[in-house]
Design a protein around this ligand. Structure first.
Ligand code: NZQ
Ligand code: ZN
Length: 390
């Protein structure tokens, strides 16, 4: 277990109707905010009205920035930063999924930066200050509501990069499971796969002797496996939506990662797919994960896969170890494809052989080669991509 510092100060307002606490919380630090949202789902499902009501009731003025894209673009970050500067806004309020929250976090930094906002994505040390960030989460997936990271795309250079700063950690986030009832089946599946992937990135790590973290990670995975299909079947099942929502936050807020080395191998490979083909993050993760598992399974990693198979999938520990490991991987793929109805292959999401090498070069970062559960070099990444082509 490595040493670590842990501080996640986000105030969480969890549950039905908790949005009423948002306006008063914002009013403590800001009179005028940028209200950021995506393609309009919040206007169709009533979340926008709830948010505007609490802002009005608390005397918080706002300027709006609609239109944040899934895989948010740096061009939108720039628009938001400019609006903050122009109107002297004091905080940024994101209402949406991970894309809207990520975009808002970097807007908060861009508002207090004189250069090109892309600088802040390429080099996080350039972020000096960030406007206070607030969020109302509408899709359980990324955990952006309770972490200090953000992922921004530049479609001109085909780059999708993560950045982060302690000031990007939301001051407060509203987590009302009811707000996720209107998520499409596709978003529900992709979000569940994302939560599971965040957990895998930490569960399968170099330091594998941390019983407490492993137990918490296994609980998150079992939560997704149980409640993902229920949320698909019955989108307004409160218990399912609530479990997925809190799992989303805890899969990435540091609770299950601090004390471990994490390289985020599958995320690094997936971000290239989104950068070049603009696919849904969770779809890419679900396609790559079983292939990555098969690639890294060896005598050296066998015990970890056995632990996964027995504790998460309930496989019989008396079976031969190799059989348990392979079954666990097959069950993972079966879950994504047959229970959550996520495409099984890269071709199904429009990806062919043409860019595998360039994407593999970009994915195989220093972290992947040194800190990963199993080091991945460009040739490994190409092999994983190829095995997913279908
Ligand atoms: O644009 P709107 O109208 O909001 O619709 C969105 C969008 O079309 C829709 N949606 C969200 N909540 C809804 C809803 N539709 C109906 N009802 C609701 N309640 O869902 C679509 C996808 O939204 P998006 O925000 O893109 O999804 P998600 O939350 O999965 O975010 C994905 C982004 O987050 C990044 C990903 O790379 C991707 O860019 N990530 C951020 C991380 C972080 N900050 O820590 C970590 C993750 O690993 C991930 O990389
Ligand atoms: Zn993710």
């Amino acid at each position: 277990m490595y040493n670590f510092d842990f501080c996640v100060s986000t105030q969480i307002f969890f549950g039905k109707g908790q949005v009423v606490k948002l306006g008063p919380a914002i009013k403590k630090v800001a009179d005028k905010v940028l209200l950021v949202y995506g393609g309009g789902s919040i206007k169709r499902n009533g979340v926008y009205d709830d948010v505007v009501r609490t802002l009005n009731d608390s005397g918080v003025e706002f300027v709006e920035l609609p239109g944040v894209e899934p895989n948010p673009r740096v061009t939108t970050v720039k628009k938001g930063g400019d609006l903050c500067k122009e109107h002297g806004l004091q905080a940024v309020l994101a209402v949406g999924g991970g894309s809207t929250i990520d975009c808002s976090k970097v807007i908060g930094a861009a508002a207090l930066y004189d250069g090109d906002p892309w600088d802040l994505v390429v080099d996080r040390t350039k972020i000096q200050k960030v406007l206070p960030i607030f969020s109302v989460l509408t899709a359980s997936a990324t955990g952006s509501e309770m972490d200090n990271g953000a992922v921004i795309s530049n479609m001109e250079t085909n780059d999708k990069l993560g950045t982060g700063h302690p000031g990007m950690l939301p001051v407060a986030s509203v987590l009302d499971p009811v707000y996720t009832y209107t998520c499409s089946a596709h978003q529900t599946s992709a979000g569940t796969a994302d939560i599971m992937s965040h957990t895998f990135e930490n569960y399968f790590s170099k330091a594998d002797d941390f019983m407490l973290l492993d137990g918490m990670a296994e609980a998150i995975l079992k939560t997704c496996i149980k409640y993902g299909p229920i949320a698909l079947e019955k989108p307004d099942d409160y218990e399912a939506r609530a479990n997925l929502m809190w799992a989303s936050s805890h899969a990435i807020n540091g609770l299950i990662s601090k004390g471990k080395a994490d390289a985020w191998s599958v995320h690094s490979m997936e971000h290239q797919l989104s950068a070049y083909y603009d696919i849904t993050h969770g779809d890419g993760l679900a396609i790559l994960t079983p292939a990555w598992m098969r690639h890294v399974l060896s005598d050296a990693t066998l015990d970890r896969f056995v632990k996964y198979g027995v504790n998460v999938w309930g496989l019989d520990p008396a079976l031969p170890k190799r059989e348990i490991a392979e079954k666990a991987i097959d069950l993972t793929q079966d879950f994504f494809v047959n229970k959550m109805h996520i495409p099984a292959t890269l071709r199904e999401v429009g990806i062919d052989e043409s860019k595998l090498e360039i994407m593999a070069q970009k994915a195989s970062t220093k972290a992947l080669q040194t800190a990963a559960f199993v080091p991945l070099y460009p040739e490994d990444v190409v092999a994983i991509y190829k095995s997913c082509l279908g």
